[in-house]
Write a protein that binds this ligand. Sequence first.
Ligand SMILES: Nc1nc2c(ncn2[C@@H]2O[C@H](COP(=O)(O)OP(=O)(O)O)[C@@H](O)[C@H]2O)c(=O)[nH]1
Ligand SMILES: [Mg+2]
Length: 249
Amino acid sequence: MEKEKKKKVMVLIPTYNEKDNIQELINEILDLPLNFDLSVLIVDDNSPDGTGEIAKAMTERDKRIQVVIRMKRRGRGAAGIDGFKTALKLKPDFVIEMDGDFSHQPRFIPLLLKHGETNDIVLGSRFVKGGKDLNRSILRKFVSFFAINFVRYQLHIPIKDITSGFRCFKRNVLEKVDLDDLISVGPSIVQEILYKAFLMNFKIKEVPITFIDRKKGKTKLGLLTIIETLIMILKFKKIYSVSYLKNRV
Ligand SMILES: Nc1nc2c(ncn2[C@@H]2O[C@H](COP(=O)(O)OP(=O)(O)O)[C@@H](O)[C@H]2O)c(=O)[nH]1
Ligand SMILES: [Mg+2]
């Protein structure tokens, strides 16, 4: 009997100054007991702390690791788009996107994949039954609450944890959303792809995760970035509501 071919999963991690997390995170992901052909793609924006070099050195020892170092403009959004494009060339069945600071714990990857078979996008969510948001400062929780409700109100999208960047995509979702047509350079990329996929009627499911605060390194999300993100959401809402609603009539 022919040996069953394992499905291919690529885990995409955009990084900027994650030197204290990157090695342990990659190892933890690759050690997961999964019946998939698993690989990790790091998209680093030439981090001054050497994250990219640390990850590159790991590729020598393990062919399941790939690293893209972007030399030009920095940005979580642009890094994500480049990462998706690189991943798509390798025709994975699923692409998982997650942060590089352990807030998104590798132990939830099997759950995302389990629901990935029957859904187009699976989101790791803090706000469905069983989900948790641990250790965050009150200020951070407040900002998060405000941002989530603002975005949900603006986009009318029935997702509880709309800021979650821990998710699993079927390849065809990423092929269909037209990555060249996204306008986000920063973190709003997470909502922009989700919104587009929602307007295109892809099936989205939230599964519970426990989100923990980063233990090492610093957040790159300052007040200015949060404001930029919210403005960007209003911008793409306008663009897509015109183009997609027109197509739907
Ligand atoms: N490549 C790249 N990654 C970024 C950039 N900004 C943030 N990241 C990564 O995106 C993820 C989330 O960023 P983080 O600072 O933890 O944001 P927070 O979780 O909202 O506080 C982490 O893996 C960061 O290293 C960037 O400009 N370029
Ligand atoms: Mg973080």
